[in-house]
Each structure stands twice: as C-alpha cells, then as structure tokens.
Ligand binder design. Structure first.
Ligand SMILES: Nc1nc2c(ncn2[C@@H]2O[C@H](COP(=O)(O)OP(=O)(O)OP(=O)(O)O)[C@@H](O)[C@H]2O)c(=O)[nH]1
Ligand SMILES: [Mg+2]
Length: 231
C-alpha cells in the first residue's frame, strides 16, 4: 500500500510518517520524503532533497518561496520517475504547502507516477484549527478536493487529539440548524461521500501517543477490502 500523507502546513505530516512507520514496525515500511523544502525528521529510504532543494531552486531561478516550491516539485519529476520502491507500506511525506502540491499539475503527476491500485491519501487536519462548524465542514470539503485532484481515495484524519478535541456529531448538528446554504451543502457533501464509497468517518489521532493509529490502519484496509477484514 502507498499512502500519500497530505495536509495543510504544520498539520503533522512529517511527524505522522515517523510515528506511523514506528507503529508499523515488523512490516516492510518505506518512508519517502517528497518535500524538497524540508529535511525529513525520520530515516528516509528516499529523500527528494538528495536531488532537489527548494532553497537552492530559489537562488538558481531567483524565485520566491512559493514559486520555488512549485518549481522544485516540477524538477523532482524526472527523479521520481526512476524511483523503485518495494514495501508493504510506503509512506510518502508531501510538501508543507499542500495547496501548491494540489493545484500545480506536478503534484498530480507525482502521484500518477507512484500510485498503484492500492494507493490512498491520508489527509491530516490539525484538530486545534477546528474552531466551529464551518471550519469542520470546509475541512471535509477540502478532502473531497484532494480526492478529486489527485484521483485517489483519501481518509480524513484529525491530528493533535492530545491537545484538543472536537465533537463531530455536535458540529454536524450545529450545521444542520444553521440558516442558509450550509445544511444543504453538508447534506450534498455526505451524499457525495457515500456515493463514492470512501470511508470518510473522521479519525482522531495523536502522533505523540499513537492513539487512533489502529483506526487509521483499519480504515486504510477498508478502502481496498470490501469484506472489511483487516487482517
Ligand atoms: N501535540 C501534538 N503535536 C503534534 C502532533 N503531530 C505533529 N505535532 C507537532 O506539530 C508540529 C508540526 O508537525 P510536522 O510534522 O512538522 O507538520 P507538517 O505537516 O509536516 O509541517 P510542514 O511540512 O511544515 O507543512 C511539530 O512541532 C510536531 O511535533 C500531534 O499529534 N500532537
Ligand atoms: Mg513536513
């Protein structure tokens, strides 16, 4: 299985790759750093920074940080084409600026080059950033965009549950009670999610205590196994 770990800056992608690879100890796990801007905090089996470093791209092409990151992802493609990675679980750490990875065609190209029929996204959201019903709903929608842009099913996973908690049922209830377009939007989003058969039940984890990792693993297995047997 290949897991693309995605999410907004600081949501815990790199920490998840480190902690989840430790959790999967005993399996053949590979950690791949696809973030040319940041050195990995785990032992990377492949580090894209060996080939491309965003800070050097900034200098060489006289670009600002965001365009340099897009350029770095583009320049990474020929190297990624040559990646030969074997493993039970391959964890791909993606660039901090998820929007750039998603909106440039090179993010999609990267995923296309590396994906198989057991590839999924793990879309991480920092629980402490969910303040209200609207931010919860927009998070779910963002993951729908991930699925659409990258053409892979993607789980919604809330990190830092050791720092904050959210009551999803309460938030859903709050949305349904609000006047305006929000209830309809939620209803349609849920319909879409059910239609695509993606297990989108939000999962709460802590990368520090590894709480919730069993659930992440079950959900990943469910994505590819209609029988629900995770063994
Ligand atoms: N308490 C707590 N801290 C976390 C958790 N996950 C990540 N962190 C912290 O959050 C900060 C950002 O984590 P990273 O793993 O660097 O996040 P990232 O998404 O890779 O960040 P970028 O690559 O810069 O976008 C670090 O200080 C982590 O130690 C978690 O589950 N709980
Ligand atoms: Mg990171």
């Amino acid at each position: 299985m290949e897991l693309f770990v995605l999410g907004p800056a600081g949501s815990g992608k790199s920490t998840f790759v480190k902690a989840f690879s430790e959790y999967l100890e005993g399996c053949n796990v590979k950690c791949i750093n696809l973030d040319p801007a940041t050195p990995p905090i785990y032992k990377a089996d492949i580090d894209i920074r060996r080939y491309i470093k965003t800070e050097e791209v900034m200098d060489r092409y006289k670009l600002g940080i965001n365009s340099a990151l897009i350029k770095s992802i583009e320049l990474s493609i020929p190297f990624i084409k040559n990646f030969k990675i074997m493993g039970d679980y391959i964890l791909y750490d993606t660039p901090g600026q998820m929007e750039l990875f998603l909106s440039s065609r090179y993010g999609r190209e990267t995923v296309d080059l590396l994906k198989t029929d057991t590839t999924a996204g793990v879309f991480l959201i920092d629980t402490t950033t969910i303040q209200d019903a609207e931010s919860f709903l927009s998070t779910i929608m963002e993951n729908v965009i991930v699925t659409l842009r990258l053409h892979i099913p993607s789980l919604t996973v809330f990190t830092k549950s050791d720092l904050a908690s959210i009551d999803i049922e309460k938030l859903k209830h709050e949305i349904m009670e609000k006047p305006g377009v929000l209830p309809e939007l939620l209803e349609k989003t849920i319909e879409f999610i059910e239609y695509t058969n993606i297990p989108q039940r939000p999962i709460m984890i802590s990368n520090i205590s590894k709480k919730g990792f069993d659930e992440v693993l079950s959900a990943i297995n469910e994505l590819f196994c209609s029988c629900g047997d995770i063994s």
